[in-house]
Ligand binder design. Structure first.
Ligand SMILES: Cc1ncc(COP(=O)(O)O)c(C=O)c1O
Length: 393
């Protein structure tokens, strides 16, 4: 009998499902588990978006059909406008805008367009676990760029230059960061941009969380707003978090024309187009003022205070840096434990609380866990009541 593993490609053998989803799947099997594992906002997609889709389902004769591979022209125009409003950079809806099925799909297409086997892409450590898997899926290597907790997880730009080699194609950045909630400073980001320019690499900005910066709005800086970097910049926005549309699978990508031409080929060869119904939802979303955002942010700010207060009551278990943005906190485990995977597995089995092991976000994430506070208040309260009982106050 054939060894089934021989049928599996090296690239796929080399990757794993992200620990976030592994914990979410394990958690789903534990009845009544209080899960802080997955960053899915508890909010319903705003009503004005749902109503617009409902109407299109009834009246639009094309609603069930393919769209053009790069997306509906109306949505691309709205995305170009939104990008101008966010960055002051004018882009052309035909030459520079791609509609994606979310940032995961967008990045996957982009990485397939730029990575050859053995090429390197720099990722922050800690950083979003799936980026590493995506790079490996293309046969590339993820190079970890270490951040220090003692320096509040800021970008250590001095260490970046040495990481760039002849095989480096690009760097992926997420600000505010998943998992640390750090908002990277304008000065550090500009230095990264200049290094990328000097060393001739691409910058991939994955942006799910820029709308969630709370009292730290003045700290946020969008590197895509610097004109001299636009020829090497891919900016990806997702509707998943800011519009509570994670299940619709929708985003847009702003890229130089030479990249759009290549990404379009991958897009066509893999998904043909983003589902039209989701694009119609996106048109409704971008055609209006995002009034819901203030509400989302107010609720998330309250939940951040709540989770920080509850963490403060467990100093013998966790130590943490207060997150500036996004909706994650990344505490260090100070209680006795072997590693973050063992700690998280035990916590689920014995206390019915689900968190994501920090090691999944890179070597510097070991001895940490990620908690997502985008869930209902009661879930946060239940999780911490259980942890207080399990660890003692
Ligand atoms: C940094 C980062 N990128 C991408 C995603 C996934 O985005 P999308 O739903 O648009 O694929 C997430 C979701 O948690 C994320 O945190």
């Amino acid at each position: 009998m054939r060894n089934h593993n021989l049928w599996i490609s090296k690239n796929v053998s080399n990757i794993a499902i992200s620990a976030i989803k592994v914990m979410a799947m394990r958690s789903a099997k534990v009845e009544g588990a209080a899960s802080l594992a997955w960053g899915v906002p508890s909010f319903k997609t705003p009503e004005y978006i749902r109503r617009a889709v409902e109407q299109s389902l009834e009246t639009d004769p094309d609603i069930g059909k393919y769209a053009l591979p790069d997306g509906l022209p109306e949505l691309r125009s709205l995305a170009a406008k939104a990008h101008f409003a966010a960055t002051g950079i004018g882009v052309d809806a035909d030459r520079n805008v791609m509609i994606t099925a979310g940032n995961m799909q967008g990045l996957n297409a982009l990485l397939h367009a730029i990575v050859d086997p053995g090429d390197q892409i720099i990722v922050t450590d800690p950083g979003f676990a799936s980026h590493v898997q995506q790079i490996r899926l293309c046969g590339g290597e993820a190079e970890y760029w270490k951040m220090n907790e003692a320096e509040d997880w800021r970008l250590d730009v001095d260490a970046l230059a040495d990481l760039i080699t002849a095989r480096t194609k690009g760097i992926v950045l997420v600000s505010p960061s998943n998992p640390t909630g750090k908002i990277f400073s304008e000065e550090e980001l500009r230095r990264v941009g200049h290094l990328a320019k000097d060393r001739d690499i691409l910058v991939l900005l994955d942006d799910p969380y820029s709308h969630f910066t709370y009292e730290n709005k003045n700290l946020y800086f969008n590197l895509a707003s610097v004109p001299e970097f636009t020829d090497r910049m891919a900016y990806l926005f997702t509707f998943s978090k800011a519009y509570a549309m994670s299940g619709w699978r929708l985003g847009y990508m702003i890229v130089p024309e030479f990249l759009k031409r290549q990404v379009l080929k991958v897009h066509d060869a893999t998904i043909i187009c983003t589902p039209r119904i989701s694009q119609v939802a996106g048109i409704a979303a971008l055609a209006q003022e995002p009034v819901h955002l203030k509400v989302f942010e107010r609720i998330l700010a309250k939940r951040r205070s709540l989770i920080c207060e509850r963490l403060d009551a467990l100093p013998h278990v966790f130590d943490y840096v207060k997150p500036e943005g996004a909706y994650y906190v990344f505490p260090r485990i100070v209680a006795e434990h072997a590693d973050s995977f063992e700690f998280s597995a035990k916590l689920l089995d014995r206390a019915k609380v689900t968190v994501t092991p920090g090691k999944a976000f890179g070597p510097s994430g070991e001895h940490h866990v990620r908690m997502a506070y985008c869930v209902e208040d009661e879930v946060i309260e239940t999780a911490f009541d259980r942890m207080e009982k399990y660890f003692g106050r």
